[in-house]
Ligand binder design. Structure first.
Ligand code: BTN
Length: 329
């Protein structure tokens, strides 16, 4: 393990206590000057570490920033984030940034992260709440060789991996609401925006953007009824770098499996993680409103709703809401 990571580990183990420079230098097998140099670099990255000539070092908080180096060190991937992680303090939207790179020929696996977004984008022209240093704003590039009609599967695959990551890392019983909402109870914890460029009917690239509300404490009057964060639900601040690392590791495995074996495995997992299967919903479609019970998703990722005349409707677009009186689990 590199010295920097060993130092972070030792400091985290002694969080809230003083630990002497001498003891750190013995543990890390480097000089005291080298310990001091690393502490300075950690402070520059936003870690909160007090230093006293008599007592040594006192670590109180992890960096508020996303740290690409920490992410890279934790990645067990071959492609995702391995070659390039672009990390910026601010951008209009990480999806816009990654599409610019994709248009210039960037390879699959490119990851773009921002600490905040000025024009964070949601589905159907909505905006995405993107305050600085609180949440995850991540986009990554896919270049799968698949027909355009199959591309919706990638949003569902991403939602499955995001829900699994959050369940494993936070213990929260996170669910998925079709097509792209990451939910905790009735409130939205995250969302996915996949933007596709295709030539004829073959996908050229997919820019997948994912936003996860990690440490936000206040959403403001308008959003607080419908949005929540991991912090608000657990009372704990989570490291965004750790969550991103865990997500990318899981995503690469799930994506390779999907390309090799098809959608059946994703569909099964999606159904198990869905907050909608078996519930009465209303779908607002361009052609009107459709009500019924959610049965499943089909092989192309469309939502299947059975109405009271037992007709099955295939929903490929639009918003779907639980009917009043049939609340979220
Ligand atoms: C939605 O639920 O409507 C989708 C929200 C997607 C938000 C993410 S944040 C990172 C990426 N950049 C954007 O502008 N949007 C996505």
């Amino acid at each position: 393990m590199p010295t920097r990571e060993q130092l972070i580990k030792s400091l985290k183990e002694n969080k809230g206590c003083w630990i002497s420079g001498e003891s750190l230098s013995a543990r890390l097998n480097v000089s005291r000057a080298a310990v001091w140099k690393q502490v300075r670099s950690l402070r520059e990255d936003g870690y909160v570490i007090e230093a006293s000539p008599k007592k040594g070092y006192h670590f109180t908080a992890c960096s508020q920033r996303v740290l690409p180096d920490e992410i890279r060190d934790g990645l067990q991937t071959r492609v995702f984030g391995k070659k390039d992680i672009v990390h910026v303090l601010e951008t209009d939207s990480t999806n816009v940034l990654i599409k610019e790179q994709a248009d210039r020929g960037a390879p699959e696996g490119l990851v773009v992260l921002s600490e905040g977004q000025k024009k964070g984008r949601g589905r159907r022209g909505r905006t995405w709440f993107s305050p600085h240093f609180e949440n995850i704003y991540l986009s990554f590039l896919l270049r799968p060789i698949i027909p355009l009609v199959e591309s919706a599967r990638l949003t569902l695959l991403t939602a499955v991996v995001a829900a699994e990551t959050l369940r494993a890392s936070t213990g929260l019983q996170v669910t998925i609401k079709w097509p792209n909402d990451i939910m905790y109870g009735e409130k939205k914890l995250g969302g996915i925006l996949a933007e596709i460029r295709a030539e004829m009917d073959l996908v050229d690239y997919v820019a997948v953007g994912i936003g996860i509300n990690v440490n936000t404490e206040h959403f403001g009057d308008k959003l607080q009824k419908e949005a929540t964060s991991i912090f608000l639900e657990t009372g704990e601040a989570f490291s965004r770098s750790d969550l991103i690392t865990e997500f990318l590791n899981r995503f690469e495995t799930a994506y390779s499996r999907f390309l090799e074996t098809g959608f059946a495995g994703v569909r099964k997992k999606w159904k198990a993680l869905s907050s909608m299967v078996g519930r009465q919903v209303q779908a607002d479609l361009p052609a009107g409103i459709c009500c019924g019970e959610v049965m499943d998703i089909d092989d192309e990722g469309a939502l299947l709703i059975r109405d009271d005349k037992r007709h099955i409707h295939r929903i490929t677009f639009g918003d779907v809401y639980l009917v009043r009186g049939d609340d979220f689990r």
